[in-house]
Design a protein around this ligand. Structure first.
Ligand SMILES: *[C@@H]1O[C@H](CO)[C@@H](O)[C@H](O)[C@H]1NC(C)=O
Ligand SMILES: *[C@@H]1O[C@H](CO)[C@@H](O)[C@H](O)[C@H]1NC(C)=O
Length: 320
């Protein structure tokens, strides 16, 4: 949260709120960029090459297209089911198999794994809500049993300003199940020298947020801080786990989203490389990048203040 707190402190400093000429924002922007470059330099991935014992290349040959199977708005969950690491039919998935997949197929450990492992229990509760007719079995919640489609619940895993989906609307609540070729074509425009980076994803999100804000669909777009952190976490998964070291070839990213299939040269992260400092540092970096771009993109003082106040309000609401 350090990046967010610094942003709030800076942007609400008396010098800023009292004055307001655009060169002040320029210098704030320059300052934030230099801080971000420092952060970028400070977090270096491990060079470990050790592999986990489960993994071998043959697993990649198990991929099958999903056809009409039960699937979610999350490309990674869907991909794991397409390899039958999570049940191929997308039903009755449990926490144990999610943890197995995240650890062995992707190589996740530490805080990132722990955070993601909060999902199955919630998904099991959503599953019970979605199936009021099913006999209640407390063990289903305990074991975190859910279907992939349960992840459609708005603002849990599924959220606005997606990298690969058109946003959910009241008229079409299942719209986020399908990958959007239009959005992937737009994402492609943000690649730099053929690669997606934290910078390109932050810029793409800023662009899509503005588009969704004025799309006139109901309910209106809402990209809360909570959803931002999930979205930035997805960027970390994409650029560190599907890709590596903060980037992925745009062709590989589009392939992953379009087919819900890992790129052909994929290997899991080596077990010792997912240091919490590195992964969380990247997440905060993406949060700061996104909000700095947003901040600098606003023309009026009141818009800038509104963003800062919103961040302040939402940070206060975050459970410590
Ligand atoms: C979890 O799912 C796996 C794969 O379907 C299955 O082998 C295992 O028995 C399940 N565990 C529980 C507690 O339901
Ligand atoms: C989503 O994809 C399915 C399967 O390809 C298709 O039947 C459905 O019409 C699509 N929905 C939307 C909203 O595009």
């Amino acid at each position: 949260m350090a990046g967010a707190t610094a942003l709030v402190a800076l942007a609400s400093s008396p010098a800023l709120t009292a004055a307001g000429p655009s060169d002040i924002f320029q210098s704030v922007g320059d300052f934030l960029k230099s801080q971000m470059d420092k952060l970028n330099g400070a977090i270096t991935p491990s060079k470990a090459t050790q592999r986990n014992q489960y993994w071998n290349e043959d697993i990649l040959k198990r991929w099958r297209p999903s056809g009409s199977q039960n699937r979610s708005p999350c490309p990674m969950l869907n991909a794991l089911a397409n390899y039958d690491i999570l049940n191929y039919d997308g039903k009755n998935i449990n926490a144990t198999s999610v943890q197995f997949a995240l650890e062995n197929m992707l190589g996740l450990r530490g805080a990132m794994l722990k955070f993601l492992m909060r999902a199955p229990g919630h998904l099991a509760e959503i599953h019970a809500e979605n199936h009021p007719d099913k006999p209640k079995n407390p063990d289903n919640i305990k074991h975190g049993i859910f279907d992939l489609k349960d992840a459609l619940k708005h603002n849990f895993i599924e959220h606005d300003v997606s990298l690969s989906r058109e946003r959910r609307t009241a008229a079409d609540p299942e719209r986020a199940l399908n990958v959007s070729k239009k959005r992937l074509a737009k994402l492609r425009e943000f690649a730099e020298d053929g690669m997606l980076t934290y910078n390109s994803i932050a810029k793409f999100r800023k662009h899509m947020r503005a588009e969704e804000e004025k799309d006139g669909l109901q309910p209106p777009m809402h990209f809360s801080l909570d959803n931002q952190f999930k979205a930035h976490g997805e960027a970390v998964l994409l650029l560190e786990v599907v890709g590596r070291n903060g980037k992925i070839a745009i062709d590989d990213a589009v392939y992953f989203f379009e087919h819900e299939r890992l790129p052909p040269n994929f290997v899991p992260l080596p077990p010792s490389s997912t240091s919490d400092v590195y992964m969380i540092g990247r997440l905060v970096q993406e949060f700061s990048l996104f909000n700095t771009l947003q901040f600098l993109g606003y023309n009026s003082m009141s818009e800038k203040q509104e963003l800062v106040q919103q961040i302040e309000r939402e940070l206060q609401a975050v459970p410590q």
